[in-house]
Design a protein around this ligand. Structure first.
Ligand code: PA5
Length: 424
């Protein structure tokens, strides 16, 4: 389902020359024997997920859709990025869908927090608080404010129906609060880490609330699981992409720009940045993930890509079909001189911009470009793409002997912050 093209990447080594190493690491992934192997639950999740919980997610989503104008998703990092990426990519940015989904618990910004609380004051609200650890400060702080807001607005009993918690199945602060208050609870499996949890209740509940078919999404995950069972680099696009990244870094490219041509996929790029940045960037190793949404960012970052220091390669993620297309109209006066596009579709214009940019960056800028092509922006394609990236990420990390499933570097800021905040 995902086509991978490395013909514009100036690769100095053959991808297939890595086949033997990839075969060994593939075994470490599928047999769950590689580094961080207690977090490889996502590998066969499409076969093993809890079907009863999956049905409960759909039921709860239906309840939320009937009972609120605004659905607040309270979580940070892997506990919100995937859901936001999915909802924006699949529905678009201005879909006329109820309820409105607002992301909260992902910042200490007082302005943002105060404005959200003011905005929801007179609206019907449901909340999904999501935290695997249950102790993440941004989320816990925001949730206390939300809980007090909900109880003042609805009273304790009604609030407990309108608040849903997604957290560790057995333990933790949020788990205990949910049990005490009687919230409907969804579980995060202990062997699936935050940034791999989009395909669990973490992502699925908000996605279902947004009116998206989680059956279709899981079909995409399942299809990718089947497709990537074969490690053959001429067939396995996820592994071919993983290897191409390593070859490019060996050629001195220490940054990768995720390039898309649709504004509704900019959160997909944010999700990808977390997945690859937090998984790969450790022990002084890794490729810096950054992103550009073109053509918008061609009017800003484009200058650097074309003409600046040659430190990056681009991976263009393109979709054969947009959600909606627009035909450009003719104009009698043609005062703006735009009649040369009359009758053309906007998606065609966008694709021509992509083609022209590719030639400019590759041929004149000498910037290596990898291209990933997905058929459309459906829930199924999203599920497939997520799993594609999971496999690619695990493989590319294992190739440099990095554990893709921990994040020791994130603890350093927390330690300093807690000291300053006076936390015991
Ligand atoms: O990928 C990860 O594990 C992290 O980014 C977490 O998702 C993030 O820190 C939030 O953690 P939690 O769900 O425990 O609140």
């Amino acid at each position: 389902m995902i086509k991978f093209d490395s013909t514009n990447a100036f690769l100095e080594e053959d991808i297939v020359s890595y086949q033997q190493q990839v075969n060994e690491l593939h075994e470490a992934i599928v047999n769950k024997t590689g580094k961080g192997n207690d977090f490889l639950g996502w590998v066969d999740w499409s076969e093993n997920y809890d079907k009863a919980e999956f049905e409960q997610i759909k039921k709860s989503a239906a309840y939320v859709r009937e009972n609120c104008d605004v659905f607040i998703v309270c979580g940070i990092g892997g506990s919100y990025l995937g859901a936001r990426a999915a909802i924006e990519m699949i529905n678009g940015l201005y879909a006329d869908k109820k309820p409105e989904v607002i992301f909260f618990g992902n910042t200490f910004s007082s302005t943002y927090v105060a404005q959200v609380l003011e905005y929801i004051k007179d609206k019907e609200i449901c909340v999904n608080v999501i935290s695997k650890s249950g102790t993440t400060t941004e989320t816990a702080l925001a949730f206390r404010l939300l809980k007090q807001f909900m109880e003042a607005k609805y009273g304790k009993e009604e609030s407990s129906k309108r608040i849903l918690a997604t957290t560790d199945i057995e333990k933790g602060t949020l788990h205990d609060i949910a049990a005490k208050e009687g919230y409907q609870t969804f579980s995060i499996p202990s062997d699936i880490g935050g940034r791999y949890s989009i395909i669990t209740a973490v992502g699925l509940l908000p996605i279902a609330v947004a009116g998206i078919s989680i059956d279709d999404l899981m079909d995409g995950v399942k299809e990718a699981f089947v497709d990537f069972a074969d490690a053959d680099l001429t067939k396995n696009s996820a592994y071919a992409y993983a290897v191409a990244r390593r070859i490019l870094q060996n050629q001195g490219k220490d940054a990768e720009m995720f390039v898309s041509y649709d504004l509704n996929t900019s959160m997909l790029a944010e999700w990808w940045k977390q997945l690859f940045g937090e998984s790969e960037g450790k022990e002084g190793k890794g490729i810096l993930p950054c992103s550009g949404t073109f053509s918008t960012d061609l009017h800003s970052l484009g200058q650097f890509v074309q003409d600046g220091k040659k430190l990056l390669f681009e991976t263009v993620v393109t979709f054969e079909k947009p959600i909606i297309d627009v035909v450009f109209p003719s104009d009698e006066d043609n005062a703006d001189g735009m009649n040369y596009l009359a009758g053309k579709s906007l998606d065609w214009v966008n694709k021509m911009a992509m083609q022209g940019t590719l030639e400019a960056h590759v041929e004149e800028g000498n910037v290596p470009n990898l291209i990933l092509t997905a058929p459309d922006m459906s829930a199924k394609s999203f599920g497939y793409l997520c799993y594609f990236y999971f496999r690619a990420c695990a493989m590319t990390c294992y190739m440099i002997d990095v554990n893709p499933f921990n994040q020791p570097g994130v603890e350093v800021y927390k330690k300093n912050m807690f000291k300053l905040l006076g936390k015991n």
